[in-house]
Design a protein around this ligand. Sequence first.
Ligand SMILES: *Cc1c(COP(=O)(O)O)cnc(C)c1O
Length: 376
Amino acid sequence: MEVIRLKEKVWLASPTIHKEEQEFVQQAFDTNWVSTVGENLEKLEQEVAFYTGNPYAVALSSGTAALHLAVKLAGIGQGDRVFCSDMTFAATVNPVRYEKGNPVFIDSEYDTWNMNPATLEKAFYKYPDTKAVIVVNLYGTPAKLDEIQTICNHYGAVLIEDAAESLGATFRGKQTGSFGKYNVVSFNGNKIITTSGGGMLLTSQEEAAEKARFWSTQAREKAPWYQHKEIGYNYRLSNILAGIGRGQMLYLEEHKALKKEIYLRYKKGLENLPVQMNPYLLWSEPNFWLSCLLIKQGCLVTPEKIRRKLERYQIESRPIWKPMHLQPVYKGEEFITEGKEVSTDIFSRGLCLPSDIKMTKEVQEIVIEIIKSCFG
Ligand SMILES: *Cc1c(COP(=O)(O)O)cnc(C)c1O
């Protein structure tokens, strides 16, 4: 074990670029469409809209920007409650605060690690007039999107789907990023495909898409001079970066297949240890963005022990997203749970494993051996 020396660092998830990206970027240069208008933008919007089954798409500078505009479209303002997944990246929730709303965190379930629909129901029972829900498909695993959609419809709340991590994952054969009234994907560097940095708002509402496009380009009214009736943002994606996205879209299926192979190799390789892999519903197909393990209750090995050992071999792993209700910045916001804090428990026993699609089978076998050695 101790003789292993890896030549290169193994990443959790890093960009994987092919040659077509460069060609689309070159086209932008050759035609001088290097700013926030151009064919790459139009085509990328069409392609992602078509792929996810949304009639409209607005390409933006980040997933966070897309979430911000989604929160604005949902009409969230001062003091409005928004039910949010508790176990997620802060970018899911921060836009609620940008608009001076109050996130209320909904605990996870063990089945998918995502928002527990029963707990969401309980939250609506307490606050029936809540305007919006932001559900996340964590690590590319779909939440119980049908149940969550039904509950939102029943209470007349807007569903925002944060599919930043789950582009390409499906629930009952339907693409994630199409269950909400407003849906968000991210093209950040570590996601399943990238534009180096970027994101997209997806919706079936034409008016909403137009409004988002308007806000994202500084809310300029139609006038020869600069006329403003509303506060705008500089959130539009560049046509150059959209070119990277077009090239990446050609490889989304390949990236998904490679991610799944990684997940299945971990599942097989770790089967005799007291761990389980991040679970998913039989009627859903994750994009397997990140493979994670959960150490069985009562086992004395901690995720931190594994993380540190991997780090000694230049192998990156990472704790599970720390639940929002435990974040100092969100101290004081309400957290709704069934009693036992599931998100806290998963955080304490889980670990995200290197899931980079450039990791070879041989290197992954080494990762698996190192993990095994932690269990003595
Ligand atoms: C990455 C991510 C975002 C933010 O996307 P950016 O493009 O990085 O702004 C939002 N939510 C989740 C769950 C994410 O993983």
